[in-house]
Each structure stands twice: as structure tokens, then as C-alpha cells.
Design a protein around this ligand. Sequence first.
Ligand code: 13P
Ligand code: SF4
Length: 320
Amino acid sequence: MDYVSEIQKLKTEKDVAILAHYYEEGAIQDLADHVGDSFFLAKVGQQIPQKNILLAGVVFMAESVKILNPEKTVLVPDLMASCSLVEGAPYDKYLNWRNQYPDALCMTYINSSAEVKSISDVIITSSNAADILETIPKDRRILFGPDQHLGKWLSKKYNRPMIFWPGACQVHILFNAERLKLLTAQHPDALVIAHPECDDEVLKYATVIGSTSKLLNEVKTNLKYKKFIVATETGIFHQMQKQRPDAELIQAPVVDENCKCNDCPFMKMNTVEKIYHALKTFKPEVSIPDTLRQKAFIPLDRMMKITSGQPVTWPERFEG
Ligand code: 13P
Ligand code: SF4
């Protein structure tokens, strides 16, 4: 079957927009209506005219779209496409941690479950974290979870102390600083760019640190360089190579040169065939109970308001 043309027919017939994250395989990115980072995907969901959305990414991304657009049907290719940060921050434990600091404001990375979002004060992504941090009053304590590496990078860069949840991305923590050092010595003409989910030791070697969209933009616009060492998931290479066919892109080394551990196993659960089946059957669909959705909407909406320049108010205390 020619899945791609069937997908094109089905999405028009059923009024569906396909959104894809940069970590999806190239064939999925190419058939999507919109491709972007996690913040872009959350935002674009609110701006498109289609009544239905199929999100090819991981489930927390589709949940964010559903929380912000409850009237839309949000489909995913595979409901099992989770994230190690989501898995490493179960609701009960996060609530327990949150309850220990009722006076603090809790900044939670979008890579979290809807339940965890519902007990957070604001959601951030790596592309907007700095702008959001800026709006948090200086006298407030800050809890940051679930990605400790993104939190530590932010905290150090903006000199804001934080209390961290000990989570990590199973893909980004496997980049290896020692091997990266050797690689940079072999390629002194390359620019090292990295996602802030990498650990501090790896980030030391990076000149540019940022979200997937920031890294892509760097490759696209920094014409002084023809060679880039890239410390993030492999899916982004598809867009980078399209934007800069002249550039040499080198994957930053991981702990074991024989492992394919810089492929996110959750992102790569999605396939063109699964997208076809989801469109055909209108399943699986992301559903979130209404009371949970309304609670999770509050911190996500704060992110949306801050990033569009609107004022927000902060709760004095966490009331549970
Ligand atoms: P971005 O927000 O940079 O797209 O990152 C999402 C993600 O899951 C990185 O591992
Ligand atoms: Fe989660 Fe890491 Fe995969 Fe991103 S790359 S979805 S943080 S496991």
C-alpha cells in the first residue's frame, strides 16, 4: 500500500492536521503539516483550523495539545510512546516532593505527565525556560523537575538557585564527555552544539546550547561553519541536512560506540504505517478526565501567557 498518499487522502477527508517532532524519522517529518520542537507543537495546536490533530511525537506532547484544545480530537500513532522523564516522575512521588516546599513555585518541564503538570505552577520547555524564569519573583524558592540537567544548566546560567527533581533523559545522558573531547580535537573546525538535557560535563564542550529548534537554526544560519558536532537525538539530522546540504553533521559520541542509544526509543515507536492506521480507525485517541485537564491547563496556560507577553499572577502557597 502507498501509505503516504493514503495518509494525505485520509487527513483531508477527516479534517486532521499532522504535527511531528524533530526526533521522528525523516519520512514522518516529510508527511507532516507542521514539524517543530515541543513548544512549537503545543502552540501550533491552538492556531490551526483543523478540528482534529494527529501528533507524531511522544504522548506528553499530545496530552499538552489536548489540555490546551479540549474540543479537538487528538490522535497518536502509539499510546506507549512515553519518555524517560515522564516515567521517572510518578505523580505520588512528585506530589510528595512538592508538598515538602509549599512556599516554592514549581517549574515543570513539558516532558511530564498531565497529573504532574496539574500540581505544578508553570510549564516550561527548553526554548522558553529562560523567559519564564525571568518572570518568577526573585524572592521565591524554585522547584525544578523532572529534568535535573536542564534545570542545572538554567540555574547556573541565570544564577537562580533551584531544588531539583533527580530525573534525566535516557538518550541525552549517554553522550560521553571524554569521547567528545577527543572528537573535538580531531575536528577543530567543527562547532559543537548540544541540547540542555545533556549533562554538565558534555555541555562544557558545547558552544551553542538550546532546544531542538535553536540547534536547527544554528546549523541553518551559521554559515561560518561547515561542520557541526551535534549532541542530541538523531531525528533532527533530517531537517539539519535539508537546510544545510553543504554541511557535515557529526553525531556526538555516546558511551558505547556500538549502541544506537542516541535514538529515542519512544519517538521511534511511531511509524508511517501506524499513522495510517490511526487516521483510518481514529484511534488511539488521547483522553484526559476533565477535572485533571482543568488543573493541568493552569500551568500550561501560564507558559502560553508569559511567552506571548501577557502578565500572570503566582500563587502564594501550594495548597495541594
Ligand atoms: P525540544 O523541546 O527541544 O523539542 O525537546 C524535547 C525533547 O524531548 C528533547 O529530548
Ligand atoms: Fe524523553 Fe529523552 Fe526521548 Fe526526549 S529524547 S522524548 S526527553 S526520552
